[in-house]
Design a protein around this ligand. Sequence first.
Ligand SMILES: CC(C)(COP(=O)(O)OP(=O)(O)OC[C@H]1O[C@@H](n2cnc3c(N)ncnc32)[C@H](O)[C@@H]1OP(=O)(O)O)[C@@H](O)C(=O)NCCC(=O)NCCS
Length: 216
Amino acid sequence: MRLEAGSITNAQEIAQIYQTAFPESVRFFFGSKKPARLNSLLTNSFGLVLLWGGQVLLARNWEHQVVGYCIYSKKPNPIWRNLSWQMLGSTLRMGGSVLISIRPSEVIRLAFNKLIMAVQAKRYWSPPPEKGRIVSIAVSPTVQGSGIGTQLLTAALQKLDKHSVFLNVRTKNQAGRRMYEGANFQYYGQTKDLLGEWLMMVRLSETTNPSHLDFP
Ligand SMILES: CC(C)(COP(=O)(O)OP(=O)(O)OC[C@H]1O[C@@H](n2cnc3c(N)ncnc32)[C@H](O)[C@@H]1OP(=O)(O)O)[C@@H](O)C(=O)NCCC(=O)NCCS
């Protein structure tokens, strides 16, 4: 197994791992979608995330197949300094493909879900401003539990060095919670969406002064 930086050209491989690693969400939000449309929707959505400042690390097995990914982002997002016509064109192309492959009912459900998550969010204490985020991490089910997720997360956290890093994990996701706890993430809040509860976690940067935090 080897880790490497990925790019927008890996969006399809990322989309395929996402589908196998998050079957419940895929069924719930896109259950009646034809496989080709779902593939196109997810590939273009991940493409947009990577185009607009998301960065990705990939885990490849010895056959050179991608078996895991970790997408992370930094704030401020450097993309605003590098805007170009080419980016605008790619955004229109991929955004157009997303619009073609998603139904209005799916957009409404996703937007409603986001709204519920925002409204239901409760903080136990106030973390410092967000400087980094683990956007999405997943490992192919066939190789889960063999340390790949931990290696991807460790490598992404090295890239986010000195940043306070935020993420959300489902309350029932034991593997995810253990992985994040092992990397020194702490719980600072909770929320819920149409599929259940989420825990909000942060890994404070080494320079955070604990006396500036608003603990209860
Ligand atoms: C969560 C995920 C990325 C972890 O990657 P992984 O390679 O399977 O996990 P690792 O082998 O690195 O193990 C990480 C920790 O989880 C534990 N773990 C692994 N599988 C587990 C399972 N099925 N149940 C409970 N704990 C588990 C490991 O023991 C380890 O904890 P430890 O260091 O305290 O022993 C992976 O399981 C996955 O893709 N799951 C589906 C997608 C997902 O949930 N992504 C995270 C969303 S926030």
